[in-house]
Every structure is written in C-alpha cells, then in structure tokens.
Design a protein around this ligand. Structure first.
Ligand SMILES: C[S@@+](CC[C@H](N)C(=O)[O-])C[C@H]1O[C@@H](n2cnc3c(N)ncnc32)[C@H](O)[C@@H]1O
Length: 236
C-alpha cells in the first residue's frame, strides 16, 4: 500500500519522484497553499496576473500549472490558457475544478508544443521543482512567440531582516501546519527544503538571460519571500 505520509522528492528532483509526490498532494494542494502562505498566495497570484497582462484571445501557457488555480485567474480575462504539468493527479483535480482550462500532461523540459506558439508563458511555484532549470527556461523560450513574455513567480531570498523569521517558519512551523491540512506530510518537508536551497533573485535572472530572454526584471513580493520575474522574447 502507498505510504502517503512519506512520499516525497529530494534535492535531485527526479521527475518521476516529483510527479508521484504531487499526485499524493493534489487533493489538498490548494487548501494547504492557502494555510501555509497565510493567505499571501492571493496577492502573489494577483501580481502574477498583472505582470502577464492577459488579453482576450491571447494564448497563454501555464507550465507546471498544477490544479489550474492560476490558469483560471488568467482565463477570466478572455485568454485561452493551457496548463502543462507532469503530475496526472494534479491535472485530474484541475480538470474537475476548472473545465475552462485545457490540461496537458508533459514536462517543462520537453514541452509538447510547436515553436512560437504562445503569446505568454508563465510558471508559478513550479520551476523550483524542475530537475533541469536552464533546459526548462529554454523550452519556455522556444514555445513563446517573438515579442511574447515570460512571467515566473517563485519563492526567493527575502530581505535580510526577514530571513531569520522566514527560516524559522519554513523549518519549524510550515511542516507542522501542513500536516494539519494534508496527509502527505513528507512532501511538505521537501517544500521547505527546496525553498531554502533555491536560487536568489539575481541567479534566476542570470539563468533567464542565458536562455535568451531579454529586458529581464524582477520585483519582490512579501519582502522577497517570493519574487516575480519577467522577460521578453525579442521580435527579431
Ligand atoms: C507547487 S506546484 C505549483 C502549481 C501551480 N503552478 C500553482 O501555482 O498552484 C508545482 C507543480 O509543478 C509540477 N511540476 C514539477 N516538475 C515539473 C516538470 N518537470 N514539468 C512539468 N510540471 C512539473 C508539479 O506536478 C506541480 O503541479
């Protein structure tokens, strides 16, 4: 029998382990997010939506879009939104909750789409879980139309004053809170570890640059605990 409490990925981020972990997290994923972020996730999703600036009729790809929560927000503007995610479990929950969104099973490092397809690509709290981050950034670039944009919303390095309480929260509080909302406790140990090990704002910006993205900028949300990165694919 599957030991749900102990299914988790580790720093290797092997795609099969990451997918299995999100499969067990899926049923309580959105509730756990609301609790663990102390409601901040609503602000982060609104800021992400504004950075994408979805237009009616635009085609937008939400990579690692999970249960479609952020995609559904984008589709309210009249954009057509496609979620591509590696976890069948997350997609099944998403298809139930958001029939207005298209869900495709696939990997960020081998996106199942043609070159120059999307007006914008976005990834929220997903890129940290990908085994090969440079490859994912290149793939997102490949499927974006010239002139299109990328928006990345991800945990990041907070301002110095906030680092000690943030670390305490991630190490001591978040895993305990998560166990109240989800049977998949081990997955939330991974969550804290992966946030603490993740790149800072400048390092992620440098990787976007190396993948070809231009006019790269970021802004901190909630004192830098989360950062919103944006870039563009040049027209020529
Ligand atoms: C923390 S969830 C974020 C879901 C959603 N973007 C959101 O903001 O709620 C991370 C998602 O990334 C997906 N994921 C992880 N690695 C992936 C990969 N290599 N390719 C596609 N999806 C991946 C997981 O299956 C999971 O749904």
């Amino acid at each position: 029998m599957l030991d749900v409490a102990n299914v988790r990925a580790d720093e290797n981020k092997f795609p099969n382990e990451v997918a299995a972990m999100f499969d067990v997290v899926a049923p309580s994923y959105d509730l756990a997010n609301d609790l663990l972020s102390l409601g901040q996730v609503y602000l982060w999703r609104r800021a992400t939506r504004n950075a994408i600036d979805p237009q009616p009729g635009a085609l937008i790809l939400d990579v690692a879009g999970g249960t479609g929560t952020s995609a559904a927000i984008l589709s309210r503007s009249g954009a057509d939104v496609v979620v591509c995610d590696i976890s069948r479990g997350m997609i099944e929950v998403g298809e139930q909750k958001h029939p207005e969104v298209d869900f495709v099973l696939g990997s960020a490092t081998d996106l199942p789409f043609d070159d120059d397809t999307f007006d914008a690509v976005t990834i929220s709290f997903g890129i940290r879980n990908v085994e090969d981050v440079p490859k994912a950034l290149e793939e997102m670039y490949r499927v974006t139309k010239p002139g299109g944009r990328i928006v990345i919303c991800e945990f990041s390095t907070p301002i110095p004053l906030v680092r000690p309480p943030h670390n305490f929260y991630l190490r001591q509080v978040a895993p305990r809170v998560a166990r109240l909302a989800s049977a998949a406790g081990g997955a939330y140990d991974y969550l804290s570890e992966s946030i603490l090990e993740w790149y800072d704002q400048d390092a992620l910006g440098a990787m976007m640059d190396a993948a070809g993205w231009q006019d790269i900028s970021y802004r901190n949300l909630t004192y830098g605990t989360v950062a919103l990165h944006r870039g563009f694919k040049p027209l020529a």
